[in-house]
Design a protein around this ligand. Structure first.
Ligand code: FES
Ligand code: FES
Length: 165
């Protein structure tokens, strides 16, 4: 039995220690935002956050996750109350098929938590390991910049200067 904390909730999982986190998220905990793309750590579709850093759940075994905080896209916001990164991706229509988008959003969220004003180049570099077969790259870039502005203006909500990238 392995104990995991996912989106602030504790789970006891009956699985082998080397089981990839992605399988447990989708099959046992029924959180389906993280996607199975390559299963080899090469596409980014399965990204989640572990202790605030992006991690590829298809190649992260359960054994290294005990005592850590795992966050999936479901842990950021809901359809009724989306987080800034989710609202920004919707506003900028950054998805076509959407398959890559949960992973993109999780790595973007991790970036914005450590760098609230990334340059376009920093966003490109950060998201480079993520493949988007549809090619919405420019919209994704604009969405991350939009999310940065939204998060900044919510941090400084009394200052009254937001902008709509
Ligand atoms: S499914 Fe994990 S990196 Fe592709
Ligand atoms: S939106 Fe289809 S793979 Fe990126």
């Amino acid at each position: 039995m392995i104990k995991l904390n996912v989106n602030g909730q504790d789970h006891s999982v009956d699985a082998e220690p080397d089981t990839p986190l992605l399988y447990v998220l989708r099959d046992d905990i029924k959180l389906n935002a993280a996607k199975y793309g390559c299963g080899l750590g090469q596409c980014g579709a399965c990204a989640v956050m572990v202790d605030g850093k992006a991690a590829l759940s298809c190649v992260t075994p359960l054994v290294v996750l005990e005592g850590k905080q795992i966050t999936t896209l479901e842990g950021l916001g809901t359809a009724e109350n989306p987080a800034p990164i989710q609202r920004a991706f919707m506003e900028k229509q950054a998805a076509q098929c959407g398959y890559c988008i949960p992973g993109m959003m999780m790595r973007a969220q991790a970036l914005l938590q450590r760098n609230s004003k990334p340059t376009d180049q920093q966003i490109r570099t950060e998201l480079a390991p993520h493949l988007c077969r549809c090619g919405t790259h420019m919209r994704i870039l604009r969405a991350v910049q939009r999310a940065a502005r939204m998060m900044e203006s919510s941090d400084h909500s009394s200052s009254g200067h937001g902008s709509s990238l």
